[in-house]
Design a protein around this ligand. Structure first.
Ligand SMILES: [Zn+2]
Length: 221
């Protein structure tokens, strides 16, 4: 009787064991493909572009739930990256551009935490130079934006009224005429050195200009 019971129990445990093994060893499909990765590849460009969607993902879908690494980018569905390769590019990208993957005629690079893609078959040095050029351009754009902002602030400062006695002194000195063309109408008080550049509202930094000459000067600046 005891022996008869043990046999079915043994069979049952065996069946569960087999099922577990199948579950463990069966690799799972790749992670879901996000919408940006399904998108058609952007038109071919020889320049280097940043891919804001690109990222690395990890899951535990490998043999015996081992960790798997994936790269996904714009127009690039999840692509497997081997563990050894992953460690290598992770360390490399801190110092120089690391080639991550090549897919649909494009190469993705990882450098200083950002992902880029290109289709110009660039070398590591090319990518480094292009990334630095991008950074320089964006720094210049930022500097220009700041200059514009301070110029706007300055033009508001400029509207401060010029004291009556200063106006009178400048008008008399310039003989009531535009110092550029001699016109005696549409006269304006102009700062020789603009307020934006630190010019003072003083007689020696003011002159009479007609509207037309003043606008011409503004365009030159
Ligand atoms: Zn004039």
């Amino acid at each position: 009787m005891v022996a008869l019971l043990i046999v079915p129990i043994g069979l049952g445990v065996g069946a569960i064991g087999v099922a577990m093994c199948a579950l463990i060893s069966l690799p799972k499909p790749p992670p879901d493909t996000p919408a940006f990765a399904r998108r058609a590849s952007p038109p071919v460009a020889s320049q280097l572009r940043q891919d804001p969607n690109a990222r690395l993902m990890r899951d535990r879908g490998g043999f015996a739930f081992s960790r798997r690494h994936w790269f996904v980018g714009t127009g690039c569905p999840p692509a497997r990256i081997r563990a050894g390769q992953m460690r290598l590019i992770e360390a490399t990208q801190l110092e120089r551009p690391a080639r991550v993957i090549e897919a649909s005629g494009r190469t993705w690079w990882w450098f200083e935490g950002r992902f880029y893609w290109e289709s110009g078959s660039y070398s590591e040095k090319d990518v480094m130079a292009l990334v630095r050029a991008r950074e320089r351009r964006s720094k210049q754009r930022l500097e220009r934006a700041h200059m514009l902002l301070s110029a706007e602030a300055a033009s508001q400062t400029r509207r401060e009224p010029i004291p009556q006695e200063v106006r009178r002194a400048v008008f008399e000195r310039d003989g009531g005429r535009c110092t550029q063309c001699g016109a005696d109408f549409d006269l304006q008080y102009d700062h020789v050195i603009p307020v934006a550049l630190g010019g003072a509202t003083r007689v020696d930094n003011l002159q009479l200009l007609c509207g037309e000459c003043n606008r011409a000067k503004g365009a030159d600046l």
